[in-house]
Design a binder for this molecule. Structure first.
Ligand code: FES
Length: 147
C-alpha cells in the first residue's frame, strides 16, 4: 500500500513538473519509480511531451538529477541517447544539418542510431530504452546510473 502511494505521489510530481517549461521549450522532467524484473528498481525519466518532438526531430532534455539526454524521433518511435561521449566524456550534441551526433572535443561523429562514424571512438553512444505512452515520452534509467 505504501509503495502504491509513493508511486502515485511520484507520478503526480512528474505530472506537475510536466507543466513547467524549461529553456524555452516545453520539455519537462519528472521521475517515477517502477518495480522492474527480478526486484531491481528502475527510475523512469519522463523526458518530454510527444508534441515537443515532431517526427525526425531531436530534443535535448535534462532530467531532475541534471543529466542531459537527447531524444530523437524516427519511424520506429523514439530513441534516447546519452550526451556523454564514450571517448573522454565530453557532451555530444545533435547536428541537424548532417543528421549526426557530434562531439566538440575531438571531433567524434555518430550516426543517428548512435554508431561511431569518425574520430577517436570505437563505441556507440549509450542508447537508453525509451517509449511513447499516450502523449508522453518515457526513458528508463536504472537507479544509481547516469546516462
Ligand atoms: Fe568526444 Fe573525445 S571526448 S571525441
Amino acid at each position: 500500500m505504501a509503495a502504491l502511494a509513493r508511486r502515485d505521489l511520484l507520478a503526480r510530481l512528474g505530472m506537475w513538473l510536466a507543466a513547467v517549461p524549461t529553456a524555452g521549450v516545453a520539455a519537462w522532467i519528472g521521475v517515477r519509480f517502477l518495480a522492474a524484473g527480478r526486484g531491481q528498481r528502475v527510475v523512469t525519466v519522463v523526458g518530454a511531451g510527444v508534441a515537443d518532438l515532431p517526427p525526425r526531430a531531436a530534443l535535448t532534455v535534462e532530467n531532475i538529477a541534471g543529466h542531459r539526454l537527447i531524444l530523437r524521433r524516427d519511424r520506429d518511435g523514439v530513441a534516447a541517447f546519452s550526451t556523454v561521449c564514450p571517448h573522454m566524456g565530453c557532451a555530444v550534441a545533435w547536428e541537424e544539418a548532417a543528421r549526426e551526433f557530434v562531439c566538440p572535443c575531438h571531433a567524434a561523429r555518430f550516426a543517428a542510431d548512435g554508431a561511431p562514424l569518425a574520430g577517436p571512438v570505437d563505441r556507440p553512444l549509450r542508447r537508453l530504452p525509451a517509449v511513447i505512452r499516450g502523449e508522453l515520452v518515457y526513458v528508463e534509467l536504472p537507479v544509481g546510473e547516469t546516462p
